[in-house]
Design a protein around this ligand. Sequence first.
Ligand code: TRP
Length: 349
Amino acid sequence: MPNEGSYEVAKKRSDEIHADLLVNPQKYTMLTGDRPTGRLHLGHYFGTLVDRVRLQDLGVKTNVVIADYQVITDRDSTQGIADNVFNMLADYLACGLDPERTMIFTHSAIPELNQLMLPFLSLVSEAELQRNPTVKAEMEASGHALSGLLLTYPVHQACDILFCKGNIVPVGRDQLPHIEQTRTIARRFNDRYAEVFPEVAGLLTSTPLLPGLDGRKMSKSYGNAISLSMSADETAKLIKKSKSDSERMITYDPENRPEIYGLLSTAAVCLERDPRDIAAEISDAGAGALKKLVTEAVNDRFAEIRARREELIEQKDYLQSVIDRGNEQAREIAAVTLAEVRTAMGMTY
Ligand code: TRP
């Protein structure tokens, strides 16, 4: 028997929900989010944004946290956070998240959400916190000492998910330990006090990870990411200066030709075509022809989104009103949940 926390069990649960979502969308509340550390890029778009909009349009209750407190898990500065929050909001709205249907809010504005952290921390052991593989990997990548907030941020994510009684969280496979942590916390709270929290499931994404232009993991720090906020010209320049290899014949070979693979993958997702067919079509026309095709594919695909984004970013008052409303809604929901928690715990005075 596969154990409760295994990938097989999580996958089966996720498949069942994917099917049920189409029939009973109203049964589901989604929560997900992003750290406002920079601009969203094509990896975010194809990896999660498209899916969030799909769930929203299906009629699932959709909630998105701009996780500002998570930014300071592994750095000393909050510089640029406010600017990133507004830009992230513009990215979301330009991509089709609709503030009438999707609640968008920031951690730091929701005191009652953050207060859940105290009872939740009492439900996990230090050893459990230390075991989370993602936390370890993030600490190593950051080059910083492990802060208390980084060590406990999976518990904070449980607060994000549970304050709004979220029951589905879109995740990649590597994020499953976080979901397991949230499930454990909800179960322990319900067992110890009273049935307050739902059972949460990770909704595994079927889209393969989009590599960066050089075939490595897409990341702003590698300079291989095309962000939604780039102009058509900036996109063209970035693609032009991206590396290729010395072989003229274009082939799809992720292992041995990472740069060509990065370019082909980008064109393929934008055009919704098979990368092998694109390779065959370009054939011995070489990397120059491939880059031209990638540039057009990206710029065509994102022309509308970028035009909308450009308008939105100028409407500071409107963006402010969206974030105000989202935060207000989230505070109302969090206050209700916290009251339930205090009642369950017998802490009402
Ligand atoms: N950790 C996510 C990221 O790095 C953002 C996030 C915050 C989140 N809270 C969450 C994701 C809760 C899923 C569920 O982008």
